[in-house]
Design a protein around this ligand. Structure first.
Ligand code: UD1
Length: 301
């Protein structure tokens, strides 16, 4: 098979590319705005530097492709607040470009990286796919729009599509360098360096963390199986930040000071997914525990 991974030099995309490489022909398209060449240097993939906003480029690359894993995005809520137009161009127009190019090239399926952000501030837990989305950021709107475009392209043009609503994904190659990076990438980076970690608030807030290898398997199943629609991808378990901080230190076998700062503006207090649909329809279940995932992440350079 020939697969294209947009955003394939980024965190999740590079893990998908790695899982496909060797067995399939893989083309990675990435504009390297947040991705890195080094993420894909150890396995056999074709690399094309370019953006999902370049429709003619996508039309060329998608020719002969069986499936597209669409992971490219400006994957930051705060960036979308600062510059909604940039997020709109890449996440919404870019997704439309991907779907148009996929349709025109006769691609069989597009699997799209959506986000738990689409649920917004609705306090009901756990979140399930039947709930009404309530986006509270341009980023969340962009992911929800991508889902809607997928559904409409399925109806109008018969293009098979799946949207995976990722919760808090973590693992090797997640970039810790920005203040908006995933909390686990920041904590592992700091603990490795022997530096203090900061918890925003009292540490009682919870997230549903899922290890990247499980997210990769969800993508492969979504591509292979005869399924379409929207699926939550998470572990279906709540972990509070104090427990997470202890877990990271245990995985590292080293203690660092824990500092408490003000609650981060716009932070959701609790997050938890209902993953029944992914279990029953996709045939997927998370296999990695948080602790095993933390140990694996900790061992990465
Ligand atoms: C995550 C996603 C976001 C997605 C959203 C959906 C990441 C990086 N972000 O945001 O794309 O749209 O879920 O709900 O995966 N924290 C600390 N100390 C730190 C860093 C963070 O205490 O040094 C706290 C945050 O305040 C927050 C929690 O850790 O309470 C998780 O933060 P973060 O990893 O940034 O993810 P979300 O905000 O959940």
């Amino acid at each position: 098979m020939r697969y294209v991974v947009t955003g394939g030099a980024g965190f999740i995309g590079s893990h998908i590319a790695e899982a496909l490489a060797g067995e399939h022909e893989v083309v990675v398209v990435d504009d390297l705005s947040t991705g890195h060449r080094e993420n894909i240097q150890d396995f056999d993939v074709e690399f094309v530097e370019g953006s999902v906003t370049d429709l003619p480029l996508l039309q060329e690359i998608f020719t002969g492709a069986d499936g597209v894993f669409h992971q490219a995005a400006i994957a930051s809520v705060p960036k979308s607040v600062d510059d909604p137009l940039a997020t709109h161009a890449v996440n919404e127009t870019g997704t439309l470009d991907v779907l148009l190019a996929a349709r025109d090239a006769g691609v069989k399926k597009v699997v799209f990286a959506s986000s738990s952000a689409v649920y917004g501030e609705e306090p009901t837990l756990p979140k399930h796919e039947g709930m009404l989305p309530a986006p509270v950021s341009p980023y969340a709107i962009s992911k929800l729009t991508g889902e809607h475009y997928e559904a409409v392209f399925s109806k109008l043009f018969g293009l098979k599509t799946v949207a995976l609503r990722y919760f808090n994904v973590f693992g090797p190659r997640q970039d810790p360098s920005s203040q908006y990076s995933g909390v686990i990438s920041i904590f592992t980076d700091r603990v490795r360096a022997g530096e203090a970690i900061t918890i925003h608030g009292d540490g009682g807030q919870t997230r549903d963390f899922v290890y990247v290898a499980d997210v990769v398997r969800a993508n492969l199943l979504a591509m292979e199986r005869d399924v379409t629609g929207v699926f939550n991808i998470a572990r279906g378990q709540q972990t509070d930040l104090n427990t997470l901080a202890r877990g990271v230190m245990e995985a590292a076998g080293r203690e660092v000071p824990v500092e408490y700062g003000p609650v981060r503006q716009g932070d959701v207090r609790h997050s938890l997914a209902d993953i029944t649909r992914a279990r029953e329809v996709l045939g997927w279940a998370p296999e990695w525990t948080l602790v095993d995932g933390l140990v694996e992440t900790m061992g990465w350079d």
